[in-house]
Structure formats: structure tokens, C-alpha cells
Design a protein around this ligand. Structure first.
Ligand SMILES: [Zn+2]
Ligand SMILES: [Zn+2]
Length: 282
């Protein structure tokens, strides 16, 4: 049985950046049944230090983020992802689900947009290298949008592999990034299976990279009702989850799920507890 850590902060529900949808309004209550499980632990996300942020970002970012109302949860959001990855690297848990209130993958060295503030995953892996033997990280990004900030920050880093399902087909020289266009799938009844086929086709790249840890950047804005729709339904997310679990299991490495975009509370409530349940059972 795998030990699962769930990283959460009350501010993600009360003042999440997605104020219109208030997408996490059913949390943490929706996690209550999972907390009965002996192998699922809920942790409160700490604030990340400025010192750690500045190992990844331009110092000017601190002021820009402080002025942006959408970034009110930025420090706890990065703290959630850092704490999750740290616990995985130290072997305290095997799998993690990290909630966030402000996103990460559109945050580059000196700029951010699209409801992102600091790059949570890159800050976390920078820290993890300092406190563990972990060096190599694979990021599978199934948010609807291109992970431009992450792409910029890892470009010179041969020990990070980004597999990004977005709106372009692209392969970086040297192989550190592969982008797969999923915007032109035939939407409708077949969207889930077409999307999943794209994921399945490209997961061998993650296997070949042999990461020490696998990150799944889980945005549900790809849902047919949400703002980045590629026509998916909830079933697609559970199938992707199982693919990620299997990939991490075959590599024998920890799996970290990091929440990305998506605005609708019923999709969050219908998918997140079930994803955590799968992390705890498979
Ligand atoms: Zn997105
Ligand atoms: Zn991309």
C-alpha cells in the first residue's frame, strides 16, 4: 500500500485565484472520506521562503507578485508543491497530491500570466536537488495550455524533461521538451480516447528519460465545460491518472500530482478525491 500525502491550505478555497468559479469551495470537506484511510495524510501547506523563490526567479518578481491580487495565495501554493516534493524525495510518502491557489506553469524567470505567479514545480525541484539525491525530473503537463514558463526555466537544464500536451507540436533540440498538439482533436464522443492515445504514445519518452521523480501537472481546464476545453470528460482524468501511476510504478519512482488550471467546482469535486483515492489504492 502506498503512502499518500495531500498538501492543502485553507486559503486555496477561501481566496483562490479562480474567484469567479471558486473552484475549490467544496474542500477540504470533500476530502473527509479519504482521511479515514490509514495511508492518506493531509498536510497544511507552509509558505515558501523568498530565498528559495529567488533561486529561480528575477528579484523583481517579488514586487510584481505582491501587487497582483490574483497572487494572494502564491506563497502557500509554492509551499504546497515544495513540501510535497520534499516529502517524496525524503521517502516519507510515495505519492503526493498538491493543491494550489495560484498556478505555476505560466511563470518564467521574470514574468507571469494566466493565473500563475511563481513556478511551483521548478522551485520545488531546485530545492529537492539541494536536500536529496534526486537530480532528474519528468513533468507531464496535461493542463490545456502550453507550459511556457516551465519551458523557459528548464531550457538549459538537461536533467528535466517536459512532456506538454497543449496547442503546438514541438520537439526541443536535445530532447528536453516535447509538446503535443491536442487542440485539433475531433471533439465529441471520441475526444477522451483520442487524447489518451496521444498520452499513451508519448509516455515511453518519460520511461526513456529515467527520472528520479515524476510530476503530473493536472489541469482540468481541458474539460468540455471549462475554459480551455478540448472536449474531455471526467473519465479522461482518471485514465490519465492510471497511466501516471503505472508509469511511476514501472520506473519505481515517486509520483507527484500538482493542480493546474480549471475553473469549475463540480469538476474539481468530482475528480480530485477520486484521483487521490486512486493514488492510495493502486
Ligand atoms: Zn490552463
Ligand atoms: Zn506545450
Amino acid at each position: 500500500m502506498k503512502n499518500v500525502g495531500v498538501f492543502y491550505h485553507p486559503s486555496f478555497s477561501r481566496k483562490s485565484y479562480m474567484t469567479v468559479g471558486n473552484r475549490l469551495r467544496d474542500f477540504p470537506e470533500a476530502l473527509e472520506p479519504l482521511r479515514q484511510r490509514p495511508n492518506v495524510r493531509l498536510f497544511e501547506a507552509p509558505r515558501v521562503s523568498e530565498e528559495l523563490i529567488l533561486k529561480v526567479h528575477d528579484p523583481a518578481m517579488l514586487e510584481l507578485v505582491a501587487r497582483d491580487g490574483f497572487c494572494s495565495t502564491a506563497y502557500e501554493s509554492v509551499g504546497s508543491v515544495v513540501a510535497g516534493m520534499t516529502a517524496l524525495a525524503q521517502g516519507e510518502i510515495d505519492r503526493a497530491f498538491c493543491f494550489i491557489g495560484a498556478g505555476g506553469h505560466h511563470a518564467g524567470y521574470g514574468q507571469f500570466w494566466g493565473a500563475c505567479c511563481f513556478n511551483d514545480v521548478v522551485i520545488a525541484l531546485t530545492h529537492t536537488r539541494e536536500i536529496s539525491r534526486f537530480r532528474r525530473f519528468a513533468i507531464v503537463d496535461t493542463d490545456a495550455h502550453h507550459a511556457d514558463g516551465t519551458s523557459q526555466l528548464i531550457r538549459e537544464d538537461p536533467e528535466v524533461f517536459l512532456l506538454c500536451f497543449c496547442g503546438v507540436d514541438y520537439q526541443a533540440q536535445g530532447g528536453g521538451e516535447v509538446d503535443v498538439n491536442v487542440q485539433r482533436l475531433n471533439r465529441g464522443a471520441d475526444a477522451n480516447s483520442q487524447y489518451l492515445e496521444k498520452v499513451r504514445q508519448h509516455l515511453p519518452l518519460v520511461q526513456q528519460f529515467k527520472p528520479d521523480l515524476l510530476v503530473w501537472y493536472y489541469g482540468f481546464d481541458t474539460h468540455e465545460e471549462d475554459y480551455g476545453s478540448v472536449g474531455l470528460t471526467e473519465a479522461a482524468y482518471f485514465a490519465i491518472c492510471d497511466l501516471m501511476i503505472n508509469t511511476a510504478a514501472e520506473l519505481n519512482v515517486p509520483l507527484q500530482v500538482v493542480l493546474g488550471g480549471g475553473s469549475l467546482s463540480h469538476i474539481a469535486t468530482n475528480t480530485i478525491p477520486e484521483i487521490i483515492r486512486r493514488l492510495a489504492e493502486a
